[in-house]
Ligand binder design. Structure first.
Ligand code: FAD
Length: 400
């Protein structure tokens, strides 16, 4: 299979390339090159740059302020964004709750929520998982009891990514237990995080970072107008969202960028040692990932084409999620292997003192590579673990 771009698409590619060259703020570019985690303010600033250009709603329809881009344009955009090492988009607003609101929300909800999501004025987080309800999400217990003109919610959400910064959370809640199927008693509710009774507790991950949280809800009153769609239909909406989420996790363009960077790193000699590029075993592993990545890119394009023609990504998104994250984690491993001694996180502190140029060895990623490796073990778990995705592929794609 060979992809050739039309003249218009090539012109579009040049425009996107120039945009990232000219408009990505230098301080953000530098932080990215040094693998420094961005502050929420940096992230918002970057997303507002996209908004100003009219490019925030990459996969949104034009009528809601989106780009209305074709699958190929979206592909080009993702590729150029990764090639410029620009930050990814924080998915919870733009890629998750936004599409749910414009697809299933009422007119008032669209007016109220979509502009702020598009402009990144409001930070969203995702409240699906609960202690004891992850893979078996339909077993979730957080209750929302209707009292007059509001719901009273009680329960706990967990693994809530970046919830410490969030203004709003979208939740799957149980509005009924008196149903034939557990899924039918679940609804999709938008909750203002500043409502009395909401509290956020950090969970510190293996790499020492504070990225995820537990969010507790104690007698939290949520107006009925914050229910999206019909009561009891939240499972259906949530599933659509998960398919979008899985497609977004794939990260093929980002992996291509990281592989190119790894090749540069492997070509350098560190402390007089032979460059890894001369190690056939290492280069064989690198080539194997490149082959897998090429196949993933085409599967990604096929899914994008389905989404661009108005369909949800479908269960095939599970294939993208499994392969995409396996490739990411193989790149993590090889990057750490290539960094060798410098990958040890505790070495860095002393080494930076002795050799302040450490961050400029290779492309600067060596000392962060093990932290990144630990952090990214999450990739095969979140968005539904890879084992669960394989069950979905077996049942809904292969029909087993
Ligand atoms: C870093 C991180 C960020 C996250 N962010 C969010 C977020 O923002 N919002 C949110 O709602 N959730 C979030 N999650 C939660 C994530 O979706 C769940 O962790 C995931 O669905 C797995 O659920 P669990 O952790 O309860 O594990 P379990 O469901 O307890 O699974 C444990 C293990 O058993 C395996 N397993 C379970 N059932 C089966 C089965 N039927 N067949 C085969 N294997 C099985 C799983 O694959 C896994 O390896 C995040 C998770 C992580 C790690």
């Amino acid at each position: 299979m060979h992809v050739t771009f039309t003249d218009e698409e090539l012109a579009f590619r040049d425009e996107v390339r120039s945009f990232f060259l000219d408009e990505l703020p230098d301080d953000i570019r530098n932080k990215r090159m040094q693998d420094v985690v961005l502050d929420p303010e940096d992230q918002i600033r970057f997303q507002k740059c996209l908004f100003k250009k009219g490019w925030a709603g990459v996969n949104w329809p034009v009528e809601y302020g989106g780009t209305g881009w074709s699958a190929v344009q979206q592909y080009i955009f993702a590729t150029e964004m990764a090639a410029a090492n620009a930050p990814g988009i924080v998915a919870f607003g733009l890629n998750m709750v936004g599409p749910i609101v414009y697809t299933f929300g009422n007119e008032e909800q669209k007016r109220r929520f979509l502009p702020d999501i598009l402009e990144s004025n409001v930070w969203w987080c995702q409240g699906y998982s609960e202690p004891g309800s992850g893979s078996d999400l339909a077993s979730l217990k957080m209750r929302a009891d209707k009292v007059d003109d509001h719901y009273v919610i009680n329960g706990t959400k967990t693994w809530t990514t970046l919830g410490q910064f969030a203004d709003w959370i979208f939740c799957l809640v149980r509005t009924s237990t008196d149903v034939a199927r557990r899924q039918d008693g679940i609804s999709f509710l938008l909750v203002d995080m500043s409502t009395p009774g909401v509290s956020v507790k950090p969970i510190i991950t293996l790499d020492g970072d504070h990225e995820v949280n537990e969010v507790h809800f104690e007698d939290v009153e949520v107006p009925i107008e914050n229910l999206v769609g019909e009561e009891g239909k939240g499972w259906t909406y949530g599933k659509v969202l998960l398919q979008h989420e899985r497609t977004n996790i794939t990260g093929a363009a980002r992996s291509a960028y990281r592989l190119r960077r790894l090749r540069v790193q492997a070509s350098k000699s560190i402390r007089g040692a032979n460059p890894l590029a001369e190690d056939r075993n290492f280069m064989r592993k690198l080539a194997a990932i490149e082959v897998d990545l090429k196949a993933l890119e085409f599967t990604d394009l096929r899914t994008l084409a389905a989404v661009a023609s108005g369909q949800a990504p479908g269960p095939e998104s599970s294939i993208l999620k499994v392969k995409g994250t396996e490739i990411q984690q193989m790149i993590d491993l090889l990057t750490m292997e290539a960094a060798a001694y410098y990958a040890l996180p505790y070495v860095r502190d002393q080494y930076v003192l002795d050799f302040p140029e450490i961050d400029r060895i290779g492309e600067g990623a060596e000392t962060k590579s093990s932290l990144h490796y630990f952090n990214n073990r999450k990739a095969s778990i979140y968005g539904g673990s890879n084992e669960i995705q394989k069950n979905i592929i077996a049942k809904h794609v292969l029909g087993l």
